[in-house]
Design a protein around this ligand. Sequence first.
Ligand code: NAD
Length: 334
Amino acid sequence: MKKIKVFDVREDEQVALQQWIERHADEVEVILTEDSLEGVHLEQLEDIDGVTLSQMTPINPEYFKALAQNGIYHIAQRSAGFDMYDLPAANEAGIKISNVPSYSPQSIAEFAVTRTLALVRHTNRIDRNVAVQDFTWDLSVQGRTIESLKIGVLGTGRIGSRAAKIFNGFGAQVYAYDLEPNPELEGILTYVDSLEDLVKDIDVLTLHIPGSPENKHVVNEAVLSQAKPGLLVINTARGVVLDTEALIRKLDDGTVAGAAIDTYENEGPFFKYDWTNKPLEDSVLSHLLEHENVLISPHVAFYTDEAVQNLVDIPLDDVLSYIHNQTADHIVNP
Ligand code: NAD
């Protein structure tokens, strides 16, 4: 029977992994380890036919040669990002890398809408008031309907198009800007010609463009200065697309009335880690946390049962496909 080794196993992947293992019990044996591929594991690959990793940091290119020497020519990475792999070095060693380009766009779209609702209906403030037994009503908790709002979607790919459809379902007027408009979204949204045009007359700006070098600080002070006062900014894309210091200035001058930040440009040392009772040593993040009208979440927009299942199933299916057919669906260096 063929053998697959799953490295970097996290607790939250266990249920999805066991389900995949049960479904494939007749054809493949699966070995799980919390360890990363390094050291002793490189010497224990003789009887292994395929591997999947959840590599977070750059991987030593020498490992590619060790895999190839053991007849393993494919690594299935359990994430969308694959920048931790030196692709020319992988090519030189004859190793194909696959990723999971899309694991649950609906999860991220729904989270963007959830945070919009929280800002519009002031649920954070209501919860805080009730926690101290303050049950009063006042203007600070009086909300608006989504139906009454104009929503601006920046980027209408896999995630932005779904966010647009949900907002459209609420009855909102949805506007969008994308470098490549999608004609299939006619009837759901109206495209405008630039980001500056988009921000002029909307109530909510939700970001869904990639964090590529060209998109660094696409949403900057100049753009936010064009906005109708009272704008809400939702970032579930990548921290780098939003100039955080410009956002803070615009929150402070009242142009931006609130923001929901799931990704932050310097999130690396913080998001996913417990910083309870430790000084943050990041004045921008600390400053954001002081703003009552800013909701911060630690890059969890994707984090649902469905997404974790796909992040396990798709790479394992790809490993099996590569073992049997020497090809897989999501190879990034074909
Ligand atoms: P996608 O590639 O399907 O769509 C991106 C769209 O943005 C494309 O239509 C493209 O034409 C458009 N675009 C790119 N640059 C643009 C620009 N400067 N101006 C206007 N349009 C532009 O991407 P996706 O899968 O929908 O992902 C969107 C974002 O969500 C990415 O930044 C991704 O990293 C992020 N994401 C976040 C999480 C999370 O948990 N918060 C999880 C997964 C993905």
